[in-house]
Design a protein around this ligand. Structure first.
Ligand code: AMP
Ligand code: ZN
Length: 114
């Protein structure tokens, strides 16, 4: 999708502080971090929302979580804790319509989220 911000990051057209990438996934620092560590983990494939996921994406979604786990561990937050969250549509506050897993760590977080 040429007009998608995160497809632009995947393609290298838009700069990002990339922390991990493989053949299916790219992870980069959020431009407006909400915690000392705030990384977005996205599929290279353009998928607009969770509602657009199908059975063919089962392994891909699992990989997003394994990449989050790896980044959290390498940053030293595996024991202290971290949060992974994916927003879907307006009520959840989704603002970029290319699915992304937020990885947040480095501070105490409250529940329920606002
Ligand atoms: P969401 O509100 O769940 O759709 O999350 C979108 C996230 O993308 C927000 O946390 C933004 O700060 C982040 N974001 C927007 N533009 C960029 C960008 N160019 N590079 C990195 N993160 C971005
Ligand atoms: Zn996209």
């Amino acid at each position: 999708m040429s007009d998608c911000l995160f497809c632009g990051i995947v393609a290298g057209r838009i700069p990002a502080k990339i922390v991990y990438q493989d053949d299916q996934v790219v992870a980069f620092h959020d431009i407006n971090p909400q915690a000392p560590l705030h990384v977005l983990i996205i599929p290279r494939e353009h998928i607009a929302t969770i509602n657009d996921l199908g059975a063919e994406h089962e392994a891909l979604v699992g990989r997003l979580y394994l990449v989050a786990q790896r980044i959290a561990r390498e940053a030293g937050f595996d024991e202290s804790g971290y949060r992974v969250v994916m927003n879907c549509n307006a009520d959840a506050g989704q603002s970029v319509y290319h699915i992304h897993l937020h990885l947040l760590a480095g501070r105490h977080m409250t529940w329920p989220p606002g």
